[in-house]
Design a protein around this ligand. Sequence first.
Ligand code: NAD
Length: 229
Amino acid sequence: MEPKQFKKVVILTGAGISAESGIPTFRDSGGLWENEPVEVVATPEGFVKHPERVIDFYNKRRQDALRCEPNAAHYALVKLEEKFGDNFLLITQNVDDLHQRAGSKRVLPMHGELLKVRCLGAAEHVIECKENQPEECPVCKAKMRPHIVWFGEIPFEMDRIYGELTSCDLFAYIGTSGAVYPAAGFRQVAKQAGAHVVCLNLEEISGGYTDEFIKGKAGEIVPKWVQTL
Ligand code: NAD
């Protein structure tokens, strides 16, 4: 079969791409939300009511993520970026830094970044945070919060994302359950704008707007798929 020719590629990744690196997904059995109520650790209201519990939760997530390494799927996406250059964007719902550590440059972490914290002062200073969240902002002394998009908050750079989705000709979503909006709707936006849409996952995601489904573990199927492009 002739390799397919695409001009502009947008990828969306979810927790499934980091599962083989040892970071639990949110919804699969054994997922990290089983022990912590979503309302507490992933909403602004939860942070107001239980700040220490929330800070402790993200401190632990940081320590876990720092112990993990990127896997073959993360590295394969670096190769894909090298091929497409500026005509490539990797949107991730993941807050770990495994794409960046693998070497991806054009990454848009739409749900924030575990290894950053943001102050609650008017300037919203964002600073790097390797392990435990600092008590106060080193710039303005305001209190700090994880630099994570919680339920009820708007993900980062949505205008740019929709611009990219409607101008790509290949959109692939990898290791994401399609349960969390707005990311769950990206395939529909890309498909309706004319892109070829591919799903790579352990299980087929219902809801349509997908031309091709590739079943398997991300670490195995993503490198093979990238080779076909
Ligand atoms: P999700 O837990 O809802 O879904 C995970 C998906 O990955 C499922 O469809 C599952 O079938 C698939 N999957 C599991 N293991 C896989 C593997 N080895 N190979 C391929 N697919 C595999 O996660 P989601 O869709 O990303 O959405 C929920 C939220 O979870 C997001 O907001 C994200 O920020 C957050 N999250 C992030 C991390 C992280 O940063 N690594 C971890 C957990 C959750």
